[in-house]
Write a protein that binds this ligand. Sequence first.
Ligand SMILES: NC(=O)c1ccc[n+]([C@@H]2O[C@H](COP(=O)([O-])OP(=O)(O)OC[C@H]3O[C@@H](n4cnc5c(N)ncnc54)[C@H](O)[C@@H]3O)[C@@H](O)[C@H]2O)c1
Length: 256
Amino acid sequence: MAGRLDGKRALIAGGATGIGAATARRFAAEGASVALLDTNMEDAALIAAELTRAGKAIHLFEADMADLGAVATAVDNAAIALAGIDIVFANAAVGTVVVGGTVESIEPERWDLAFDINARGVYAVCRAALPHLRSAGGGSIIITSSSSALTGTSTRPTHAYAATKGALIALTRAMAVTYGPERIRVNAIAPGFVRTRLTNDIVADPELLAAAVASIPLGRYAEPEELAACALFLASDDASFVHGAVLVADGGQTIA
Ligand SMILES: NC(=O)c1ccc[n+]([C@@H]2O[C@H](COP(=O)([O-])OP(=O)(O)OC[C@H]3O[C@@H](n4cnc5c(N)ncnc54)[C@H](O)[C@@H]3O)[C@@H](O)[C@H]2O)c1
């Protein structure tokens, strides 16, 4: 059966664990060749071994999103390994555990770290990948924002993280206007509560979990595979007229 990404070449920044890893598996299953950019090479190697065993094409590149030069080199090397890039999933981020708190409680160094990785890192990936998408005659950029860009939370404030994710929505819209004429679609995903390393501490604490799930109309958190399905949609031709959009996948939390 034909895959939805047959012949496509996908770069996933932040693909070693969680949503990015689930997306690497899904993109590969749908026929794409995949390159992962990450700092966590141990978990990236596990995904690579799994996909290689299944006969899929996968390449790994180590780069810290906060290092503009390292990201540029990794993206260029990914383009060489894949013989081009059609899809970019800019998904890496640090979350509440590392950069949580309010504007009063977060230290300036942590505030800067949030922006260096989550916002400047996405800039670095897009800046390096755009020439390759242009050479391919177009493509799809998907940026992982967060529902925390859209609503605040009283249970676990994370002002710096929310600000970076809001910046990514603005960046998505601004880039969509600029690059649409070159057939480069740019969209964002805004996940709500997803069970990954970023939320392990909530899932493991019955009280925190009950409070978090209580505000979600669907009454549960998401599995990473459910967000991979969103990324697949935006990457595929099924989303051929979807451009500058923010796909909120939060079980209804934002509208409740
Ligand atoms: N889990 C949630 O509930 C949730 C909710 C909203 C948004 N998100 C967003 O989803 C995306 C994926 O997160 P996840 O939940 O799968 O968590 P995760 O920690 O499993 O995934 C993040 C990935 O980014 C990589 N990464 C982190 N810092 C990096 C750096 N400096 N350089 C390169 N790679 C780096 C990690 O190694 C990992 O592979 C993130 O952008 C996150 O903000 C997650």
